[in-house]
Design a protein around this ligand. Sequence first.
Ligand code: SF4
Length: 347
Amino acid sequence: MKNNLLGLDEMELLQLVESIGEKPFRAKQLYHEIYRRSQLDFQDMTELSKAFRQRLADEFTLTLPEICRRSAAQDGTVKYLFRLEDNKFVEAVFIPEEDRDTLCISSQVGCNIGCKFCMTAQMGLDRNLKVPEILGQVMAVARERNLQRGSFSIVFMGMGEPLQNYKNVMKAFRLMVDPLGMTMSHRKVTVSTSGVVPALRKMHHEKIFPNIAISLNATSNTLRDDLMPLNQKWNLEELMQACREFPIEPRRRIMFEYVMLAGVNDSDADAHALLRLFCGFRPKVNLIPYNPNPGLPFRRPSEERVAQFRDILVNEGVTVFMRKTRGDDIAAACGQLAYMEGVSAGA
Ligand code: SF4
C-alpha cells in the first residue's frame, strides 16, 4: 500500500524528499502544491518536474477520507459521513450561514468522555483520528462545495474530545493556519473541549492556538460529575482556573457552551451560579437549547425559560450567543452525531 503524504508537515516532507534523493527545495514545492493549492493529483502539480511527479505517483498517494453519504437538512445544513481506510466512520457537518459558513469536524471515532446528553458517548471510543483524517474532512468538503479560504470557520465539535487527541488535532490545526500552507486564520478555528485540563494547560505553551470553547453545562460539581463524568477527574474549580490562566490574545475570549436541559440546569438559580463561576473574567456564553435524542432522558426547555435564563446573564454584562438549532431533521445538531452499525444515530 502506498504511503499517504497528506498530513505531513514541511519538515517531514523534507526528510522524505531527501530520503529519495531529491533536492531539498522540492519539499517546499510539494508542500505548497498540497496545502496551498489543494492539489491532490501528483500529475497536476505543475510546479514540480515531470520526473519528480511520476516518482511521487509511483510511490505515494494523497488520499482524502471517502465521503460515502450526504444528508441534507431543510435549512441547508449537510451532514457528511466519511469512511476511513479501516472501514470506520466519522461525521462532519457543514452549516451554511448568512455571514459565514461553518464546518464542524470530528477528532475521534466515538468518544469515551461519557457526557450523558450526547449520542457520540453511546459509541464509546474506537480510536483517535490521524492528521490526514482530520484535515481530510476539511479538504473534502471544501473541494466538493468549492469553498474559498476565509469564507468558512472550522469547529472541532463533531465526534470525539479533541484534547484527548491533542497531538494530531494540533498538528492538523498548524497545517490549517500556516501562512505557507492552507492559510486559514487561527481565529476561524475553534476547539471545543469538555475540560481536559492538562491538555488545556499544555496549549498555554503553543506559539499559536485556536479559539477555545469549554463545554460547561453545569454550575455545580455534583451535577457536572453526573452529566460529564470527566468532571470527577478535573472539577469545575480546576477547569475555571485553567481558563483564567489561558494566555488569551487581546479581544479574544473563551467561549463557554451551555447545553440547556429542561429541569436539570436551566433554572434562574443556575444562571446566577453561572455568573458566580465567571467572576474575574469576561467570557462569551453560547446557550444551546438541547436537541432531543431518542433514548436519552432529556428535554429541551421552553423558549420562555431559555429567554429568561439568557436575560439574567445579559443583564450582568455577559455576551450571550444563542445557537440556532441547525440540521436537527438529519440528526446533525449539537450532540447528535454518532455512527453505529451502518446507521447514523438519531437518523
Ligand atoms: S459531548 Fe463531546 S466530549 Fe462529551 S461525549 Fe459527546 S463528543 Fe464526547
